[in-house]
Design a protein around this ligand. Structure first.
Ligand code: NAD
Length: 263
């Protein structure tokens, strides 16, 4: 990963979440100089320990922001984050409001307007590379997607959930912001799992253990999964692919463990 090997300065939003935290570690493991860890949730004791360990092993530096300093809904906080180092080489915009249970306004504030703030920050502070964490749900309309490639799944007019809609609008804005000076790409995982997963696998096992697991259809539907490390490598490859004339510019890619078979 050349950008990091060269000793890059990176901003990672969503750095206390499942994907963002692992990405912060991986950036340092691959030689990043400084990572600004931007999240509305400050790292808990376990994550603080992980960040401490990786800094000790690599000599890289993580600048962790406080709750008010790490809020995507605040113009001032986002603007200040871009100024924590003299020059940022790359921004990974991973933060999002996920899951189905939030208020409508909050989905728009975080997933769409928060993304616009990040794009504005990149433009204002002349950051050349922006990698956006999107979601396959931005393309999902309820049908079978087995065998389809990203090109064959355009963003629909109607969405199955507000999360998907607001993530799709954020992704469109990132794609449209791609220019000679700001190079962008969107990279999405399908169902993350791996170390420090507090959601998917624990909840699945809990539901299965208590007999509450809902099975759709005859139980033969297939989905792809994505190990957390595979996804973070995908995000790093995304950043690496950002150069003038690159075929990935402004595009959307899905990362899975099992290649281009189905989302
Ligand atoms: P996560 O919930 O673990 O992490 C998201 C982080 O965003 C959290 O730490 C949260 O505090 C932060 N955040 C929320 N609102 C914020 C705000 N206002 N300001 C700053 N930070 C805020 O989710 P994750 O599983 O790590 O997902 C990471 C990304 O990947 C998201 O963009 C999500 O849409 C995408 N994604 C994840 C999956 C999956 O399987 N986990 C699947 C598809 C797409």
């Amino acid at each position: 990963f050349e950008t990091a090997e060269a000793g890059c300065n990176a901003l990672v939003t969503g750095s206390s979440g499942f994907a963002g935290a692992r990405l912060v570690e991986m950036l340092l493991e691959r030689g990043a100089k400084t990572v600004i860890a931007f999240d509305i949730v400050t790292p808990d004791a376990v994550l603080q320990e992980r960040f401490k360990d990786v800094q000790k092993k690599t000599g890289g530096k993580i600048i962790t922001l406080s709750q008010t300093e790490g809020d995507l809904c605040s113009d001032a906080a986002v603007d200040a984050a871009f100024q924590k180092v003299p020059k940022l080489d790359v921004v990974f915009h991973i933060a999002a409001l996920v899951g189905p249970f939030h208020k409508e306004k909050l989905y728009w504030d975080v997933n769409y307007h928060g993304t616009l703030r990040i794009i504005d920050g990149c433009k204002k502070y002349k950051v050349n590379k922006l990698v956006y964490s999107s979601s396959p749900s931005t393309r999902f309309t309820g049908g079978d997607v087995e065998g389809l490639s990203e090109d064959e799944m355009p963003i629909p007019d109607k969405f199955v959930a507000l999360y998907a809609e607001t993530k799709a609008k954020g992704e469109k804005a990132v794609s449209q912001a791609c220019s000679d000076t700001l190079l962008t790409v969107s990279v999405a995982p399908h169902q993350l799992y791996g170390p420090y997963d507090t959601l998917f696998l624990p909840k699945l096992l809990e539901a299965a253990g208590s007999g509450k697991l809902r099975i759709f259809g005859k139980g033969q539907n297939k989905i792809s999964l994505c190990h957390i490390d595979n996804y973070c490598v995908g995000l790093l490859c995304g950043a690496d692919s950002l150069y003038r004339g690159s075929p990935t510019l402004s595009n959307f890619y899905v990362v899975t463990d099992d290649g281009p078979q189905y989302f």
